[in-house]
Design a protein around this ligand. Structure first.
Ligand SMILES: Nc1ncnc2c1ncn2[C@@H]1O[C@H](COP(=O)(O)OP(=O)(O)OP(=O)(O)O)[C@@H](O)[C@H]1O
Ligand SMILES: O=C(O)C1=C[C@@H](O)[C@@H](O)[C@H](O)C1
Ligand SMILES: [Mg+2]
Length: 189
């Protein structure tokens, strides 16, 4: 199957709850002048209720089925704000790695806990650390990894834009950009 050109390829943000996917996607969309698609928002729209109620009334499998459905219809050069578990579905992951540029926003447990507070509206928030352990090898398959602790959301978006400009065909080869909290080990442009 022919690969979409780098410019037309969606940019998909993955990572744990509170990594900042939704917040960064909004900034990145403005920066790149691309539309932003949020799988969580689209799932809620299709279900006609918030995520917490989908989980409570229909269960996680129903939520995941809706999420897969939303992602199957994804097209065009959008910035895609993925739900935290979306990239962990094998079929979705394979398709995104082939057709999109996937960026893993890597947040520490301590920073995520600060951001999550009581975890309202996030039915899986209490399982954050357990889920990270299971998901980390999957998130690491993303084309790019960006450590986000200590970076404002605008700065994360700028770094992703720089990354895309420096490696516009990232969809065909894995590369990694990491920023250690405090600036050590920086490897980005
Ligand atoms: N870089 C950042 N620095 C500080 N706070 C941030 C940053 N990015 C996001 N936040 C804050 O952290 C919280 C979670 O952010 P956000 O909702 O964007 O995460 P998410 O990855 O989309 O989570 P989820 O997977 O649950 O949808 C929000 O209150 C947001 O304002
Ligand atoms: O990490 C997860 O599994 C989730 C993250 C959120 O974005 C939502 O998709 C939902 O709360 C589940
Ligand atoms: Mg979000």
């Amino acid at each position: 199957m022919p690969r979409a050109s780098a410019d037309a390829r969606p940019v998909a943000l993955t990572g744990m709850m509170a990594a900042g996917k939704s917040t960064v996607a909004a900034h990145l969309g403005r920066l790149l002048r691309r539309p932003v698609v949020s799988t969580d928002a689209e799932v809620e729209r299709r279900a006609g209720k918030p995520i917490a109620r989908i989980f409570a009334e229909e269960g996680e499998p129903a939520f995941r089925a809706l999420e897969r459905e939303v992602l199957a219809g994804l097209a065009g050069p959008a910035v895609v704000d993925l739900g935290g578990g979306a990239f962990c579905d094998a079929e979705t992951q394979a398709r995104l790695l082939e057709t999109a540029t996937v960026v893993f926003l890597d947040v520490s447990a301590a920073e995520a806990a600060r951001r999550l507070g009581g975890g309202e509206g996030r039915p899986l928030a209490k399982r954050w650390e357990e889920l990270l352990a299971a998901r980390l090898p999957l998130y690491r398959r993303a084309h790019h990894t960006l450590r986000v602790d200590g970076l404002a959301a605008e700065a994360v978006a700028r770094r992703i834009a720089e990354l895309l400009a420096a490696a516009p065909s990232a969809g065909s080869s894995a590369s990694e950009v990491e920023r250690e909290a405090g600036g050590a080990g920086e490897d980005s442009p």
